[in-house]
Ligand binder design. Structure first.
Ligand SMILES: C[S@@+](CC[C@H](N)C(=O)[O-])C[C@H]1O[C@@H](n2cnc3c(N)ncnc32)[C@H](O)[C@@H]1O
Length: 223
């Protein structure tokens, strides 16, 4: 687990804008690598292309950007959702991204050199966040293949969410298999809403999940 920490990533809109400028135009390179990783890792990536603009906006719709908050993006990939988050960030936000794959992390560092990046498994996120002074989190925006995570990583992520997600916090999760995993997410969270997003390849959607359950029966990965 490694982390890049940047003091300026705490609420500096000039920095966010600079990173947005850097990132634009780098997506084609990211798209080629994304497909290659999908062919290599399959369910560990779970999508052949990065999220569309529409899916990225839908996952970000969970966030009330008008208020101060701490936002963590998990499974950032090549930065499709990150770019939309940056467009909305204001000085009152704290934003950190996490990604597991080293090659994707290299792209994220090139695209967003001023944004805090944790390189590692989502199951191990709590320690690096604590070392950045982050305890409570208001929003977790997830591009993770959550139903396909190793059971240990999923259990540890859920323990982190129970401890750290604010009472009115949201875990906003993309999917490219519309509605298929709704009951899976209902086993993990007391409150789950779903929104369809047609304009994605393939069509997908977002689960807006609130109130991580205290006790989770062994989560059935299928509906
Ligand atoms: C479907 S891709 C989403 C990428 C990007 N957020 C998007 O929407 O285009 C899933 C991402 O989750 C990452 N990932 C998979 N397992 C992970 C884990 N255990 N911890 C952290 N990231 C993981 C993959 O490397 C990949 O970048």
């Amino acid at each position: 687990m490694t982390q890049n920490s940047s003091e300026s990533a705490v609420g500096d809109s000039a920095v966010f804008s600079a990173d947005l400028e850097t990132s634009r135009g780098m997506t084609a390179q990211g798209n080629g690598l994304f497909l290659k990783k999908f062919l290599q890792k399959g369910r560990g990536i779970s999508a052949a292309t990065p999220s569309s603009r529409f899916l990225s906006e839908a996952v970000c719709a969970a966030v009330d950007f008008s208020k101060p908050s701490t936002i963590v993006e998990v499974g950032a990939g090549t930065g499709a959702i990150t770019e939309v988050i940056l467009e909305h960030l204001r000085p009152h936000h704290r934003f950190v991204m996490l990604e597991f794959d080293p090659d994707f992390c290299d792209i994220l560092r090139q695209r967003f050199p001023n944004i805090d990046l944790i390189q590692g498994d989502v199951g191990e996120i709590e320690g690096p966040l604590a070392s950045m002074g982050i305890g409570k989190v208001d929003y977790v925006l997830s591009g993770l293949p959550t139903p396909n995570l190793p059971p240990k990583s999923l259990a540890k992520m859920m323990r982190w969410l129970r401890r750290s997600l604010a009472p009115d916090g949201v875990f906003s999760q993309i999917t490219v298999i519309p509605l298929y995993y709704k009951s899976f997410y209902k086993q993990l969270f007391a409150n789950v809403e779903y929104e369809m997003v047609w304009l994605n390849a393939p069509p997908g959607g977002v689960y807006y999940c609130r109130s991580p359950r205290r006790r989770v029966r062994r989560a059935n990965r299928r509906r």
